[in-house]
Design a protein around this ligand. Structure first.
Ligand code: IMP
Length: 404
């Protein structure tokens, strides 16, 4: 059963899209298991930049079937726009939505406006997962039957009369009609994707489970309450894709060579010096600078936090780590790494910096300072670094993972 999970080891934006992209051509299925349009993956293909929000990165390859798993919450209108715009640039191949995935509805988006105290992406993610937990959400599988959809909408409007009325959904008929055009578009894409993937695994097909967000944004194990409403960690893979633990041959953590975070909440290694923060964040002139793919917000940036990373390794049971964006630190005289906390403050180890990494294609060719950096990560976490990247392009990710 060759399945591999790609999981963010920090607060999201670790470069998962690039890693999934580098593995997708070997995969038969690429399955996103959690979140929704709050995610944003930027992938550079032959200098062409693709930004995807709902779509699994598998759409950038000819081979794999792309699946939006049952743990996701999907806005069908923006999904349709995203897919149609994508189709103008390339053929996405086969793509399916799980019947269990929940629909982000207009009242969910309205309730998420402004981002609240968490500083959410404002895409209706939390309110949609709340409806799901309250058992009044609408699932993609509900769209295929008029009777079922009407019954579900009735229950939703009864449970939430004020927020549904605020977007004009004052009756089942109005809500039902508002969904008509999108139902026609979506229905052919909805499937029992869990059964499809399980069957694929039985046949020995390769399945890549693509994470969104990151470990520290996990609803249970992240920095509550400053986090997202889903489970980007290992448990979320099983629940979100409808597979058993036997589906996983390898679990890989993606870690940026420094740390970033969008939205509010604790961030112990945050760099508060404006000049140094700008140095790591970039000005925004490059697509891969540290500005939210979904919201455009400047990301908070900080040094690598090994205490946090070790926690992510323990929670997820990583088999290997992929270290991205080493090139962003190029040119710094000194690089700091947090190795412990003292009275809530980070204790840093200073490491010598390194120069340009262009053209380096294997680990042994990396400057000794980078090797020392990677070795410190490995010694501290007791997890091997199996891949690394030195730039945003497909051709700048090196190493490999084992499909088992
Ligand atoms: P929500 O997921 O929109 O509810 O946002 C909750 C928190 O998670 C906010 O701090 C967001 O900035 C953060 N967040 C959600 N998705 C991502 C992501 O893909 N990358 C980084 N942060 C994210």
């Amino acid at each position: 059963m060759p399945g591999i999970a790609i999981i963010g080891a920090q607060w999201g934006d670790e470069g998962k899209g690039k890693v999934v992209d580098s593995l997708a051509s070997q995969s038969d299925f690429v399955v996103r298991y959690s979140g929704g349009a709050n995610a944003g993956h930027t992938v550079v293909v032959d200098s062409e930049v693709f930004k995807v929000h709902h779509l699994p990165v598998g759409v950038l390859h000819d081979g794999p079937v792309s699946v939006l798993g049952g743990g996701m919450v999907i806005d069908p209108w923006t999904f349709r726009d995203e897919l149609e715009n994508f189709k103008k640039r390339r053929d996405p191949g086969e793509i399916y939505i799980a019947q269990e995935a929940h629909i982000v509805l207009p009242h969910n988006k309205k309730n998420d406006e402004g981002g609240g105290f968490v500083g959410t992406t404002g895409r209706g993610i939390g309110p949609c997962y709340s409806d799901k937990a309250r058992r009044v959400g609408i699932r993609f599988g509900d769209l295929s039957s008029d009777a079922v959809l009407r019954e579900r909408l009735g229950r939703l409007i009864e449970a939430k009369p004020n927020s549904t009325a605020a977007v004009g959904w004052t009756s089942v008929d109005i809500a039902f009609d508002a969904l008509t055009d999108v139902r026609e578009y979506i229905n052919p894409l909805v499937k029992d994707t869990g059964a499809m993937v399980r069957q694929g695994l039985k046949e020995g097909k390769k399945v890549l489970f693509e994470g969104g967000q990151g470990t520290m944004l996990d609803l249970s194990y992240g920095t509550y309450p400053y986090l997202t409403s889903s489970h980007p960690t290992i448990g979320g893979v099983l629940v979100g894709a409808g597979v058993s633990h036997k589906a996983l041959n390898g679990v890989y953590g993606i870690v940026k060579a420094f740390t970033s975070r969008v939205g509010h909440g604790p961030f112990i290694t945050e760099i508060l010096d404006d000049d140094m923060a700008l140095r790591l964040r970039g000005t925004g002139s490059n697509q891969w600078d540290e500005y939210g793919t979904t919201t455009g917000r400047p990301r908070r940036v900080g040094w690598l936090d090994l205490v946090q990373l070790k926690y992510a390794c323990d929670i997820n049971g990583f088999d290997g780590l992929v270290v991205t964006k080493l090139d962003v630190l190029s040119g710094l005289e000194q690089v700091k790494v947090c190795t412990s906390y003292k009275k809530g403050q980070p204790v840093y180890q200073d490491m010598p910096g390194w120069g340009n990494l262009k053209g380096i294609e294997k680990r042994s060719a990396l400057p000794k300072e980078v090797l020392a950096y990677l070795e410190l990560i490995e010694t501290y976490t007791e997890i091997p670094v199996t891949m690394f990247s030195t730039g945003p392009k497909r051709s700048e990710t090196f190493g490999e993972v084992s499909w088992g």
